[in-house]
Design a protein around this ligand. Structure first.
Ligand code: MTE
Ligand code: HPA
Ligand code: MOS
Length: 774
């Protein structure tokens, strides 16, 4: 039925015809005003004064607001230490210092030019190493310790010491940060925001203007992409629009330009990780000591949770007997970094994948062989460095299958031959894994609620805290509800997310949107079904209300023989049947509720950081990819010749959507490790602030041969309908492209290749012209 089938994405028609409505597509209301943001002209310093008198004189400019106009000026997803508008210390270049309210959009850039920000400049800090030296950090994690790493390193036949560095990444969602706020009666506000986290957005708007939370409703119809960039960082922009709407009593619209969005908002965290690894002559890892350093920017944002996820994912798919992993979020004067698909997982995983390539180089073995002997086992070697048992570990099976599917050995032989020909091209091959922990690592976030309204014509509206950002969560929820009632999916509508219908929601993040909100939806549907079964049981038994006696919903024992199928309700034991619509009618006229609300929390998770004990994750989503690349030795140009992907997604609710998620995540991951490089000026201003200077992958960069398959797995009882979360895990498979480049370079190098991510054409060329044999 509906669950497990490829019904189309609920926005597909709208997206291709251009009729989908994003925030800035909302028709303007009479009286509506436009809001612009003024950024800091320095990366560090103390704010002395903002001169905006000249700007106020411009026709059309209504007001300029600064920190003093805010009722409360500190926010933060975890630590509430970040100003909405700078009040004293400047954190980074283009950090919001003031907002402009105007009658039209055209006057905003002119007004911005007339605003002078007086600053007592300070020496900014832009690199992780500098921050380490100056002991500048926003967070230090509790180390993860397993066994005795010092002893194990000392006893290891071989060791390697080094560092691994990976860069940041711009989210490049197609819809910039955007909000429209409508003032309602008595100071209430209706906020429409492109936000992954309507509840946090509601809270921040309320705090900024100084009203209780119940004065503010935040509504999210959809986002034109979020990718983590709207988990925390959508909220301040809604607060700016909210402040203008509240102060001026007029609807206020804020939609950042692409350039402003890129310059003002945070990105993926760059990491620099120092390590020492111990192994034997076969390349079996015996111990790993790693100190992870992320570039957090000036504020904490989600950095602590991202760092901890990186520490949890430093194993990739490999068993590490002795480990000590430390982590620090460095404080720098670059835009404050935030959630981005994978949430630290990629930065952790990439470190060990790079180490594995180095171990292969040092031992003279194929990297796939090193991966195989270190892979988590099914019965033994199946506990992570933080003590979680890997249940039903499919990794060995995935390894065997991907080697076959990608014809790894044949490709390796061919590459060995090809690279000897010296024809100006160099090829490389790599296998990479994803073993992504599913759950918010902050336990309290693993909760959700759903509201289901069944209407008398048999159509259904579902509301949950999940937000649709393109990932298809609405479609999955639609399928879950349709399946529950045995009706076609077009009779279910998933409604815009609103804090009025679903309260205290978690962000749609951690790939668990469908897991959490889909489960809550199923629970709510089941409550209504149980009521309907009782009504029908009584109806068929002739016990229905006579119009005098009140009808009671009482326990009628096991009614599992009453089922919902094909828009009918059937009593399989007694042979009764009735249409779904008639069943609803009987219930309604007997005053039985056709709406329900349900709460869901993920069971069985919880982790004690101090003791490194417990289970941070509900389960893992696993997969592997083999990528083959070709680089031009004269230009450094990179081509991905092939990528073969194998994913374990349990029993997908919508295999087509999951295929799209796998493909998109892989390409986005590949972009992070190849072409996407952020450039800042020596004053800390983002130079790569538009598509002309920041290159995301396009169709030419897509693997020439590209296959995606799923393994069969009916055993995931941890998630709704035995599905598995898909949104982030395949992002980590993009790393295989980087490792294939690294592998290609080893064919021309006497020493192990020290390649920094992203492997841009320039970096590849640099490697080929230094350090090379010929
Ligand atoms: N897919 C699209 N099309 N657009 C997005 O913004 N975000 C990703 C992923 N897939 C994203 C996406 C991220 S970062 C996460 S955490 C998940 O979707 C969130 O959705 P889910 O939990 O409902 O899968
Ligand atoms: N993943 C994604 N987003 C989050 C998390 C997480 O583990 N924790 C808080 N926000
Ligand atoms: Mo995704 S980075 O958890 O929004």
């Amino acid at each position: 039925m509906s669950v497990g089938s490829n019904i189309k994405h609920d926005s597909s028609y709208g997206h291709v015809t251009g009729t989908s409505i994003f925030v800035d597509d909302r028709s303007p209301l009479r009286n509506e005003i436009h809001v612009g943001v003024v950024g800091s002209p320095y990366a560090a310093g103390n704010l002395k004064k903002i001169h905006f008198e000249e700007a106020l004189k411009l026709p059309g400019v209504l007001a300029v607001y600064t920190a003093e106009d805010l009722s409360h000026n500190r926010w933060g997803a975890i630590f509430k230490t970040q100003p909405l508008l700078v009040d004293k210390e400047i954190g980074h270049f283009d950090e919001p210092v003031a907002i402009i309210a105007a009658e039209n959009k055209e006057v905003l850039p002119k007004a911005r030019k007339l605003i002078k920000v007086e600053v007592e400049e300070k020496e900014p800090l832009f690199s992780i190493d500098e921050a380490i030296k100056k002991e500048q950090h926003v967070y230090k994690a509790t180390p993860i310790i397993k066994g005795n790493v010092d002893k194990a390193l000392k006893e290891s036949p071989r060791t390697l010491k080094g560092d691994f560095e990976c860069g940041g990444q711009e989210h490049f969602y197609l819809e910039s940060q955007a909000s429209i706020v409508y003032p309602l009666e008595n100071g209430q506000l209706e906020v429409h925001s492109s936000s992954q986290h309507p509840t946090e957005t509601q809270h921040l708007v309320a705090e900024a203007v100084g009203v209780p939370f119940h004065y503010v409703t935040c509504i999210v119809k959809r986002m034109g992409g979020g990718f983590g960039g709207k988990e925390s960082q959508a909220a301040p922009f809604a607060a700016y629009a909210g402040l203008c709407a509240y102060k001026l009593g007029r609807p206020a619209r804020l939609a950042l330009t692409k350039d402003d969005d890129m310059a003002m908002t945070g990105k993926r965290h760059p990491f620099k990780n120092y390590y020492e690894v111990g192994f034997d002559d076969n390349g079996k890892i015996l111990a790993l000591k790693a100190d992870l350093y992320s570039d957090a920017g000036p504020y904490a944002d989600l950095s602590s949770a991202i760092l901890e996820r990186a520490m949890f994912h430093i194993d990739s798919a490999y068993f590490i007997p002795h480990a000590k992993i430390t982590g620090t979020c460095c404080k720098t004067n670059l835009p404050s970094n935030t959630a981005f698909r994978g949430f630290g997982g990629p930065q952790g995983t990439m470190t060990i994948e790079s180490i594995i390539e180095d171990i292969a180089f040092e031992t003279g073995k194929d990297p796939a062989e090193i991966r195989k002997i270190n892979l988590y086992g099914k019965e033994t070697n199946n506990t992570t460095h933080y003590g979680q048992l890997i249940d039903h570990n499919p990794l060995p099976e995935i390894f065997e299958k991907i080697i076959q599917k990608a014809d790894y050995k044949k490709k390796r032989d061919e590459i060995n031959k090809f690279n000897k020909e010296n024809n100006g091209k160099l090829r490389g091959l790599s296998l990479g894994f994803t073993k992504f922990g599913i759950a918010f690592t902050a336990k309290f976030l693993n909760q959700g609620n759903a509201l289901v309204n069944v209407h008398l014509d048999g159509s259904i509206q579902v509301s949950t805290g999940a937000t649709e950002m393109g990932q298809g969560v609405n479609t999955k929820i639609q399928q879950i509800a349709a399946h529950a009632f045995g009706i076609p999916s077009n009779l279910v509508q998933v409604m815009p997310t609103s804090t009025e219908k679903n309260h205290n929601t978690s962000p749609t993040a951690a790939s668990s949107g469908a897991d959490i909100n889909g489960s809550a939806t199923l629970k709510a549907c089941n409550k209504i079904k149980e009521r309907l079964k009782i009504v029908l049981h009584k109806h068929w038994a002739g016990e229905i209300s006579d119009g005098v006696k009140e009808y009671e919903l009482e326990d009628c024992g096991d009614l599992s023989h009453i089922v919902f199928e094909d828009q009918q309700v059937l009593d399989k034991k007694h042979g009764h049947k009735i249409s779904f619509k008639e069943a609803l009618s009987i219930a309604y006229f007997n005053r039985v509720s056709l709406g329900s609300y349900a709460f869901f929390k993920t069971e069985g998770i919880g982790f004690n950081k101090e003791k490194s004990e417990g289970k941070p994750f509900n389960y893992y989503t696993n997969g592997a990819a083999v990528s083959e690349v070709e680089i031009d030795e004269y230009t450094g140009e990179l081509k991905v010749l092939s990528t073969d992907i194998l994913m374990d997604l349990g029993r997908p609710i919508n295999p087509g959507i999951d295929q799209g998620q796998t493909l998109g995540a892989f390409i986005q991951g590949m972009g992070w490790v190849t072409g996407e490089q952020l450039y800042f000026s020596d004053k800390g201003k983002l130079l790569s602030h538009s598509p002309t200077t920041y290159k995301i992958p396009n169709i030419q960069d897509t693997p020439r041969n590209f296959t995606i398959e799923f393994i069969e797995n009916n055993n995931n009882h941890q998630a709704v309908h035995r599905s598995k979360a898909v949104g982030e895990p395949p992002f980590l498979l993009g790393i295989s492209v980087f490792m294939a480049v690294k592998n290609a370079l080893t064919y021309r190098s006497r020493e192990r290749v020290k390649l920094v991510s992203p492997a841009t054409n320039e970096r590849i060329l640099e490697q080929l012209s230094g350090n090379m044999n010929n």
